[in-house]
Design a protein around this ligand. Structure first.
Ligand code: UDP
Ligand code: MG
Length: 349
């Protein structure tokens, strides 16, 4: 292995065959101007196209390119997590593989980092080449999150950011299963500062975030950082209770005044029943979202499973495992990883 890199660039890859080479070219061009050692960690999140072969070919040519190959698709946030776990730089940069985040911005981030900031996050001033729906839903999403969460998660900010090793060390200890990395980084604290950029169009391919994944992501963000959905139940229940209390005398009076037929009949009852059941089921759904996440944590499965790696010290590590902070060093020490593997086998996972 070469010297310890100063910079680790982490990119999650899911079916990005058209972007691997251009990404590498642009990163290399930008990072070589720093004159300092760097590494590019590509995490293959279960791609079904030629991405892995292309990544491995790059790793063959340039040993600064490291490859982590997941055993299946574990999702964007988990892929980023693995990259963070294995990064050895003093500063770690998260970037999308589709070149929507311009690599040249990294230099600006590095400047801020050298000026003493521990987190430099990139704020999207404008988004190009994305559907109206995506842009609007994203805008709304960031604003809702901002209002209802307990940590200040900056608006219009994706995962494109630079983090100091101090922050990375804390993130490695945060092994929650439903991950919202931009929120988690905000939570860590330290000195954080924005840089502004225009989000480019995807270089090649289509978005890997269909609506279903976007909804899941939003739910992870909200449940991970806010109890607001649980608290809102009490307001609804108070409003409905007050309405019911008021309705009793009102209905009684009207029945006497207008006649016994007033508001009578099944229709009213059925409509109210449907409405109230819908409220109740909605809140049960919210409750379920939190409960399911508690279940995820209770099972404490590994966050991801690695099938193979390239240019990493840990060719032999079969699985990266979640759980207690002390174990996070797993990527750099194969023996303890084996012990963990054994434990996992016992659990039948
Ligand atoms: N990605 C991933 N696993 C997934 C979905 C996406 O690793 O299950 C990667 C993808 O290859 C890309 C990044 O995450 O590098 C962001 O995804 P995408 O560009 O599709 O999201 P969008 O920019 O459309 O929100
Ligand atoms: Mg993208």
């Amino acid at each position: 292995m070469t010297d310890r890199p100063i910079y680790s660039i982490v990119a999650p890859v899911y079916n990005e065959e058209g972007n691997i080479q251009p990404l590498y070219d642009r990163i290399r061009e930008v990072m070589d101007t720093t004159g300092e050692p760097w590494e590019l960690i590509l995490v293959n999140d279960g791609s079904r196209d030629q991405s892995l072969a292309l990544m491995e070919a790059l790793a063959e040519q340039d040993e600064r390119v490291r490859v982590i190959n997941f055993a299946r698709n574990f999702g964007h946030q988990t892929a980023v997590t693995a990259g963070i776990d294995f990064a050895s730089g003093k500063a770690v940069v998260l970037i999308d593989a589709d070149l929507q985040d311009p690599p040249a911005m990294i230099l600006e981030m590095i400047e801020r980092w050298k000026a003493g900031y521990e987190v430099v996050y990139a704020v999207r001033e404008q988004r190009k080449g994305e559907s109206r729906f995506k842009v609007l839903s994203a805008k709304l999403f960031y604003r809702i999150i901002y209002r209802i969460t307990d940590v200040d998660i900056p608006l219009d900010t994706g995962d494109f950011r630079l983090m100091d090793e101090k922050v990375v060390a804390v993130l490695r200890q945060m092994r929650e299963h439903n991950r919202f990395i931009r929120g988690m980084t905000s939570w860590v604290g330290f000195r954080q500062t924005p840089v502004y950029y225009i989000r480019e169009e995807r270089h090649s391919g289509v978005t890997k975030y269909p609506l279903s994944k976007m909804v899941r992501f939003a739910l992870d963000a909200i449940t991970g950082f806010s109890y607001f959905p649980l608290q809102v139940m009490v307001y609804v229940s108070v409003v409905l209770g007050v309405l019911a209390l008021l309705a009793i005398p009102v209905v009684a009076v009207l029945r006497i005044a207008v006649g016994p037929g007033f508001l009578g009949g099944q229709a009213t009852t059925i409509v109210l029943l449907l409405l109230l059941s819908s409220f109740q089921l909605f809140f049960l759904f919210i409750l379920g979202q939190y409960v399911a996440r508690i279940y995820d944590e209770a099972r404490n499965r590994p966050l991801y499973v690695i099938a193979s790696t390239r240019n990493l010290d840990v060719e032999s590590v079969p699985a990266q495992l979640s759980a207690p902070p002390a174990r996070i060093s797993v990527p750099h020490s194969a023996p303890s990883a084996r012990i963990e593997k054994a434990e996992v086998d016992v659990q039948g996972e």
